[in-house]
Design a protein around this ligand. Structure first.
Ligand code: AKB
Length: 326
């Protein structure tokens, strides 16, 4: 029987996924039961006004522990992380936040006998030597970025804590996540979000990866649904724990631009690959998520054109209100 989550702490709650995840968790579990935390970026008014918000630093274990004691936390969604592009600019920081932050959360999970800890991973765990199409759940993990290195270590560390200490930990390998609420920061897949904003704002976009670059992607509602679905799944049915491939769709940058052109025919795109091309080239074109489908019933709802329509409608509405970039 899977234990109930009552008091939830979200780290990285000001980030792209954390901010929308927090709002959804507040809807489902009650606003006062979901404690949002960030390191230094100011939260949106919606995030700050809808429930408790605090600044903490996941690298300073005492700041996290204070929150756990104050709110009697039994579940942590650990969303704080340095992503791939920033990680390549500052590998030491990436290691520090992603590894030391993670082990701090795991240690506190043990100390306070937590009901559940959710720690996401990424397609960045993959690197050289993989089949690029439909990359299997179990394959060689040889990432070529520091972000990927920390995500592989994180998965192994989580699985170790499950096996050695019986801590209930779950995690999924996110593809690039596309959303209109909060801009992503410092990832390689950020072009797939920026392209929508620039299409609405300026009608043109210079993409930092080649037109034929194909990566696994997902619309935010699917990412949030999948994350909560995994967190609520029956633990006894899970064969994997911290490393579920999590897929929805895969497309090239050119196919993404073509999808936008269906709605904005004059949209112009040029391609000027930078250092992020090499990162994108080291990742799969598409991934096989059959373990997630079999073990906890994962099924995505959004495809490329439906997502494009929804993204453009929301961003157009924001542009008209003068709050496109908020
Ligand atoms: C990134 O691009 O670094 C992230 C990811 C795929 O984990 N969006």
């Amino acid at each position: 029987m899977t234990k109930e989550m009552k008091k939830i702490l979200v780290t990285g709650a000001v980030g792209q996924i954390g901010s929308e995840l927090t709002m959804e968790l507040r809807k489902r579990y009650g606003a006062e039961n979901v404690i949002a935390t960030g390191r230094k970026t100011q939260p949106s008014e919606e995030l700050r006004n809808s429930g408790p918000f605090h600044f903490i630093d996941v690298n300073k274990i005492e700041t996290v522990e204070e929150m756990i004691q104050k709110y009697d936390i039994d579940t942590v969604y650990h969303m704080a992380a340095i992503l791939s592009a920033v990680g390549e600019k500052n590998p030491q920081l990436c290691w520090d936040v992603n590894m030391n932050g993670t082990i701090n959360i795991l240690e506190l999970g043990l100390k306070y006998e937590m009901t559940r800890v959710i720690i996401p991973s990424s397609i960045a765990v993959f690197g050289s030597g993989i089949p690029l199409d439909n990359t299997p759940q179990e394959t060689v993990l040889k990432p070529t970025t520091m972000y990927g290195v920390t995500k592989v270590c994180g998965e192994l560390l989580c699985d170790y804590y499950v096996k050695r200490f019986g801590l209930d930990i779950r995690g999924l390998r996110y593809p690039g996540i596309i959303s209109y609420e909060t801009l992503p920061g410092g990832g390689t897949t950020d072009y797939a979000v920026a392209i929508y904003y620039e299409a609405v704002d300026k009608g043109k976009y210079t993409c930092f990866v080649r037109e034929d670059t194909k990566l696994p992607m997902m619309y935010m509602p699917d990412a949030i649904e999948g994350t909560i679905q995994l967190a609520e799944a029956d633990f006894s049915k899970l064969k994997h724990h911290s490393d579920f491939n999590h897929a929805a769709m895969s497309f090239t940058a050119g196919e993404l631009a073509a999808s936008i052109k269906k709605y904005i025919p004059d949209f112009e795109v040029s391609y000027e690959p930078d250092y992020r091309q090499e990162i994108a080239d080291s990742w799969p074109n598409s991934i096989d998520d059959s373990a997630a489908r079999e073990e906890w019933g994962w099924k995505p709802q959004w495809d490329l054109d439906a997502m494009t329509k929804d993204m453009l409608e929301h961003l157009q509405e924001r542009k008209e209100k003068g709050t496109l970039y908020r």
